[in-house]
Design a protein around this ligand. Structure first.
Ligand code: DMJ
Length: 449
């Protein structure tokens, strides 16, 4: 018996040594490619929000920049051990970032990218100035919650507090509690937690009789203006935060809201599709009131869901859905924004460098330690570099069919896509997974309270 075990060990050892060295090589490649894109950003867009990688100029979201790319990128640099770049970026942010600006900003995007980035940067560096910036920003965003329902307006002026755009969606009304809640815990001021939680609960309270939410809602009247239900853009991270606020804050209301929601999602949105080889699991669209199927589309944004299912403990569905996401990726050797899973056709062909499918691969590898997720990740990494790399950075694709590039490189490339690829291949001790919760922009928030 002992001899057999020994023999097996001797036979398997070279395999695992090779797998480990392949992982190390891939992690180093991701780090090098992160630096390649970052160098392009620094050369042509330093001090601005984003690089336009084809025209080699910059793009600012508003009339004045908010350092979107540096703030979103810093924690990835720290995690990758890029100490010099991180120190320089940290100093630049702290010297130059100010929110005293007469600009209307989109609350959701600023919360997940900048507020989330500042909170994680504070936790990783211990530099109190990051927390001061986060608190200043949080206070400037608070007027969004001054609607009759408590659900936030979409835009707010950072200087005047004037709000606009009352028609919003669950992703924008419900993806705030991790950042605002952490801000309360770290500053001792409960107002942020309370307002963001109320917004989440008010969204949940407007679910239909069968437990689903719709796509667009008026935060002044509380009425749905679009009843399409799905897990895709405009709803996606609302579900993610129902689960994650229960993990980060041990808030029992969040747990209850998540449990109710996932039951309805699995009943009405999950779609079993028989093919010659297997029965595939997808999540499509349905009407929030009747549950009637309205569309069989899924896409790059939906591909976050295996990660959420895995985090919730449902590895069976997580694995099956990840297989579907990967099949969607392989259809064109890179994933489209929208894919019809019944006809297997591309419905919206862009690829803006999204991370969700990599995020799910990372979670599944973390939970299962199954090498197939490493192989999946490696294949996606090779395709990603092949199709999206430019001479001085990375570029989104106008079409995954033709592989024509477009002049955009959003900050989530650094915050999320490179980070999740890196974490998938890096040694597990690179990040203390069980003690952090990633916000939807992949900023890991540590429960220090
Ligand atoms: C990111 O800003 C976040 O992940 C958000 O939840 C969805 N869209 C992008 C990435 O695709």
């Amino acid at each position: 018996m002992t001899k057999i075990v020994l023999l097996l060990l001797i036979l398997l050892l070279p395999v695992s040594v090779a797998a480990q060295s392949n992982k190390r090589r891939l992690a180093a490649e991701v780090k090098a490619e992160f630096l390649h894109a970052w160098t392009g950003y620094k050369k042509y867009a330093w001090g601005h929000d984003d690089l336009k990688p084809l025209s080699k100029t910059y793009h600012d979201w508003y009339a004045q920049p908010l350092l979107m790319t540096p703030v979103d990128s810093l924690d990835t640099m720290i995690i990758m051990g890029l100490d010099e770049e991180a120190a320089r970026t940290q100093a630049y942010i702290l010297d130059n970032l100010s929110f005293d600006k007469d600009i209307d900003v989109q609350n959701f995007e600023i919360t997940i990218r900048i507020l989330g980035g500042l909170i994680t940067n504070y936790q990783l560096t211990n530099d109190k100035r990051f927390l001061n910036l986060a608190e200043d920003l949080g206070k400037r965003l608070l007027p969004v919650f001054n609607s009759p329902t408590g659900m936030p307006y979409r835009y707010v002026n950072l200087k005047t507090g004037k709000v606009r755009n009352p028609v919003s969606n669950p992703a924008e009304t419900g993806t705030l509690l991790l950042e605002f809640g952490a801000l309360s815990k770290l500053t001792g001021n409960p107002v942020f937690y309370d307002k963001a939680k109320r917004a989440l609960v008010e969204t949940y309270n407007r679910r239909s009789k069968i437990g689903l939410v719709g796509e667009w809602i008026n935060v002044e009247t509380g009425q749905w203006t679009n009843t399409d239900s799905h897990i895709s853009g405009a709803i996606d991270s609302y579900y993610e935060y129902l689960l994650k606020c229960s993990v980060l804050f041990a808030d029992p209301d969040c747990k209850r809201m998540w449990n109710d929601s996932i039951t309805a999602i699995n009943k009405y949105l999950a779609d079993e599709v028989k093919t010659e080889i297997r029965t595939e699991l997808w999540y499509g669209h349905a009407d929030m009131n009747t549950g009637a199927r309205t569309d069989s589309t899924y896409g790059a944004l939906d591909a976050f869901f295996p990660a959420v299912l895995a985090l919730s403990g449902d590895l069976t569905r997580a694995k099956r859905l990840q297989d579907s996401s990967f099949a969607m990726w392989k259809h064109n050797d890179i994933e489209p924004e929208v894919f019809d899973y019944r006809t297997k056709t591309v419905k919206s062909a862009g690829y803006p460098l999204r991370p969700e499918i990599i995020e799910s691969t990372y979670y599944l590898y973390h939970y299962t330690k199954d090498d197939r997720y490493l192989r999946m990740g490696e294949q996606m990494w090779r395709d990603f570099v092949k199709h999206c790399r430019t001479d001085e950075a990375y570029a989104a694709l106008k079409s995954v069919v033709t592989k024509e590039k477009s002049d955009s490189m959003q900050s989530f490339l650094f915050a999320e896509t490179f980070k999740y690829f890196y974490l998938l291949f890096a040694p597990p001790e690179t990040l203390d997974f069980k003690n952090v919760v990633f916000n939807t922009e992949a900023h890991p928030i540590r429960r220090t309270w």
